[in-house]
Design a protein. Structure first.
Length: 197
């Protein structure tokens, strides 16, 4: 669960965050290409203002979206996204989704909770489903200059956590970008697939 201060920052600065935009085309394309055949929905897990969920819907995908903050849910709904306010831990682990997109959202989870959240995601994926995780690189946990709490990982951490729950890495990408706090930081994009039944 994200801590209260992080949630307050996003409630207060939802419009600022949305105005930053998100250049995620480079990562959306391989995620969509890797989705297994079928009609099951895709989940934008921690959707923020709904940029990615709206982009997936525009491609004709059935999309659901969740976020912990009401302000972000409102922004996503304004884009026509089927969004609901929900903490990560509320995800039903029964297989339902062809893909789960957790793009720079799980990095706000409570320290020590990432293995349990990856387990939830793995359970919620249909056989052959794919999990996208974007995180800031590093180790441990810290709070940024505007009050958001982060946990940091490396690609090897995500390999280990996903493999422990039956997912196999499809791709790994590193990058560097400036966040809402104005500071550049390294990040990792990890895409993995759940084993087919």
């Amino acid at each position: 669960m994200s801590d209260d201060e992080t949630l307050r920052v996003y409630e207060a600065r939802a419009q600022d965050y949305a105005a930053m935009g998100q250049d995620t085309d480079e990562d959306r394309a391989p995620f969509v290409a890797a989705l297994p055949p079928g009609t099951g929905p895709v989940l934008d897990w921690g959707c923020g203002p709904g940029h990615d969920a709206a982009a997936f819907a525009a491609l004709g995908l059935a999309v659901e979206a969740t976020d912990a903050t009401a302000a972000m849910v409102d922004l996503a709904r304004a884009k026509g996204v089927a969004a609901r306010q929900e903490m990560f831990e509320a995800l039903n682990p029964a297989p339902r989704y062809r893909g789960i997109w957790a793009n720079f959202s799980l990095l706000h989870a409570a320290p020590g909770s990432l293995p349990d959240l990856i387990a939830l995601a793995a359970g919620a994926l249909l056989p052959g489903g794919v999990l996208h995780v974007g995180m800031k690189r590093g180790q441990g946990a810290a709070r940024d200059t505007i009050g958001r709490h982060y946990i940091y990982v490396e690609g090897a951490d995500l390999d280990r956590l996903t493999a422990a729950h039956g997912l196999t890495r499809l791709s790994l990408r590193h990058g560097h970008a400036k966040g809402m706090d104005g500071r550049p930081a390294g990040y990792v994009i990890h895409l993995s697939r759940k084993a087919h039944a």
